[in-house]
Design a binder for this molecule. Structure first.
Ligand code: GLC
Length: 450
């Protein structure tokens, strides 16, 4: 080893260690999160929005055919979903849409027109002329009814002009009108976290009506957020990506990322910026640039993936973690495809950094789950279910294991064993359809009791 690589090793080890989030820090985060849930519900401010959802737990017997729109990231989907009761759900047809980058900062109407166009194609292809529609809008929105959602400041890099304060349900309805689809009528708006929660309840209770409903719906994908059934307060969308109690485990990389990004602005979405797929690759990229400047390693700026913000996709983290070969051959192949020649030491360093960033994300997730569970059930006596969806949970090798290990540290083995995590893959459209069916039942009860 040369003195130069000794220095690199030492600085790398220090960077890796800076992503440690020990049990005491997680415990403090959980307490803060729990307290902020109470604060948000009481209308006393704090970083958790605790948004109302106007839906309730399904029975598992819901039926019907529902058009769904899922808009929550760079991609959106329009589809047709059939619920046959007994927890059964079938996606009949689905079309994915991608938004040009420029659209994210333009006027809202073109976005709704693009979505309405896709709704037109999927419904016409199936000869559906009239149907209820469920709209999953996975950005912050203040619901005033099940079919009215006033947009708050967006997340995940979107900033449509003049959107804040407007009802996104009415805007979609207008788009459907412009597309000649006036008989496709918006029945419900929901967040993706709520769709995950409701779908898991529907499937579990459909199979066994005695099953307790799901407590938490968690998304770990491009963004992160959770919804929870808070009993008398109903099912709430916490917008937990905005949780700000993370100062104790921030590294200089996180601080700089938060400060330098204009969308979401500094101080907003601080939890999400340390946890979700949209950001993990960027944290790693920043660490590599920093170590590249201070050591003889990682002089990789010839690659645009290292040079350009947000070019290092979080999916690479999963691929890097997956390589178990001694010389990290697949990491080598990946780097070469990105125009980077690397040494074995550098590849191991890269892998260690990526693993530390993902591990911290998993542990932070465990902390906020713990905080939520304790709010729901202070002694954690009962069995609890958490429905989880998203590319990070589904795609990063061992992510679930990391979350569970941290839960065991925080709750103890016995209580952690009472907490089930259920992966509900591709839950959004299916869950939305259930929410629309629940809304239809609520409406007909409302009518008959009126
Ligand atoms: C962002 C959105 C939130 C959504 C989450 C996961 O945090 O603000 O509404 O649930 O991403 O998609």
């Amino acid at each position: 080893m040369t003195p130069m690589s000794d220095l690199a090793e030492a600085l790398l080890a220090r960077a890796v260690a800076s992503f440690e989030a020990g049990a005491p820090a997680l415990d403090a985060i959980a307490k803060d999160f729990q307290a902020q849930i109470g604060q948000g519900l009481a209308g006393e401010g704090g970083s958790l929005k605790m948004l109302r959802t106007f839906t309730r737990q399904p029975t598992g017997r819901e039926r019907g055919r529902v058009v769904v729109v899922d808009w929550g990231g760079t991609k959106a989907r329009a589809g047709l979903v059939e619920l046959a009761g007994g927890g059964s759900v079938r996606i009949v047809v689905e079309e994915a849409l991608t938004f040009p980058e420029a659209m994210k900062r333009g006027a809202p109407e073109p976005v709704f027109d693009l979505i309405a166009g896709a709704v037109g194609r999927v419904t016409r292809a199936r000869g559906v002329d009239a149907a209820p529609l469920a709209f999953v809008y996975s950005y912050p929105a203040r619901l005033e009814r099940i079919d009215r959602a006033v947009a708050l400041v967006s997340t995940k890099g979107w900033r449509l002009q003049g959107l804040v304060g407007r009802d996104v349900a009415a805007m979609l309805t207008a788009g459907l009108g412009r597309a000649g689809l006036a008989r496709i009528t918006l029945a419900a708006v929901a967040n993706d976290t709520v769709a995950a929660l409701i779908l898991q309840s529907y499937q579990a209770r459909g199979r066994d009506p005695e099953t307790r409903p799901t407590d938490i719906g968690l998304i770990l994908g491009t963004g992160t957020n959770l919804a929870a059934d808070l009993g008398p307060a109903g099912i709430r969308n916490l917008e937990s990506g905005n949780f700000d109690g993370v100062g104790g485990v921030e590294t200089p990389y996180d601080v700089a990322l938060d400060r330098e990004l204009d969308e979401p602005p500094p101080g907003a979405q601080r939890f999400e910026k340390m946890v979700s797929g949209h950001y993990l690759g960027e944290i790693l990229r920043r660490a590599l640039v920093d170590l590249g400047a201070r050591t003889g390693w990682f002089h990789w700026s010839s690659s645009s993936v290292i040079a350009a913000p947000f070019a290092l996709d979080s999916a690479y983290l999963s691929r890097i973690a997956d390589d178990r070969t001694a010389a990290l051959d697949d990491v080598d192949a990946l780097l070469r495809s990105l125009g980077v020649e690397s040494t074995r030491h550098e590849r191991h360093g890269l892998r260690a950094l990526g693993a530390a960033i993902a591990r911290r994300a998993a542990r932070l997730v465990a902390a906020v789950l713990f905080g939520t569970l304790r709010f729901v059930d202070p002694r954690l006596d009962d069995r609890r279910t958490i429905a989880v969806d998203g590319s990070l949970w589904g795609g990063y090798p061992g992510f679930e294991g990391l979350v569970r290990a941290a839960l065991v540290e925080l709750l103890g083995r016995e209580r952690a064993d009472r907490v089930e995590t259920a992966f509900v893959k591709d839950s959004t459209s299916a869950g939305a359809a259930v929410i629309a069916a629940v809304a239809a039942a609520q409406r007909s009860e409302g009518c008959s009791s009126a």
